[in-house]
Design a protein. Sequence first.
Length: 217
Amino acid sequence: MKPCRIVVLISGSGSNLQALIDKIRAGEINGEVVAVISNRPGVKGLERARKAGIPALTIDHKEYPSREAFDEALAETIDRQQPDLIVLAGFMRILTPDFVNHYTGRMLNIHPSLLPKYQGLHTHKRALEAGDKEHGASVHFVTAELDGGPVILQSRLPIDEKHTPETLAADLLPREHAIYPLVVKWFCEGRLQYHEKGGMMNGKLLREPLAFEKFRQ
C-alpha cells in the first residue's frame, strides 16, 4: 500500500509530532510526514522537523488581517503537499468552518480531556477544580464544532490528590504520545474512516470512543 502523505500543523514544542516521527521511523506507520507547518516562527517543533529531514514551514498568523485570510493561505500551502491526512499536533488556532469542511474526514486532532468534557482550553485546571477522579486525552476527527468531532480513541488517567495542572499535564503526555500515532496508523491502513454519524473502525460505526487501556491493536 502506498504510504499515507501526512501534513502536521503545530504551534509549539511538537512532542506529539516527535512521537509520530518516531513511530514512522520504526516502521509502525505506513506514512510519511511530507511537511510540518507552524503558525508561530521559531518554535521547537520546527527544529524537530528539520532534524528529521522534513520540510519545516512557517505561516505566521500575525501577518494576516483576518482569520479567513490566514486559513486561506494555510490551505493553499497544505494542498501543495497533496496530503492524505492532516494532523493537528498542538495547533493553537480556531479554524474557520470553510477550512475544516475542505478537509472533512482527513483531519485529526488530539485534545487533553475526556471529550466531550472540557472542550477548549485549560482542561487540566478545569478537571481538578471539578473534583474529577480521572482525566485523559482524546483523538478525534475535526469538524466545525470546536473539539466536537467524532472521538476515536481515549486514554484515561487517574487523578491523584497531589496533582496540579502542571503535573497532570506532564503525566498525561506519554498517553498522548501512545494514542495519537496509533490512530494515525489505523487511518493510514484504511481501517479508520470518517462518517457523518461518527468514526468508522473496520467498517463499523463507533458507538462510543475506543478505550486505549482495553483496546490494543
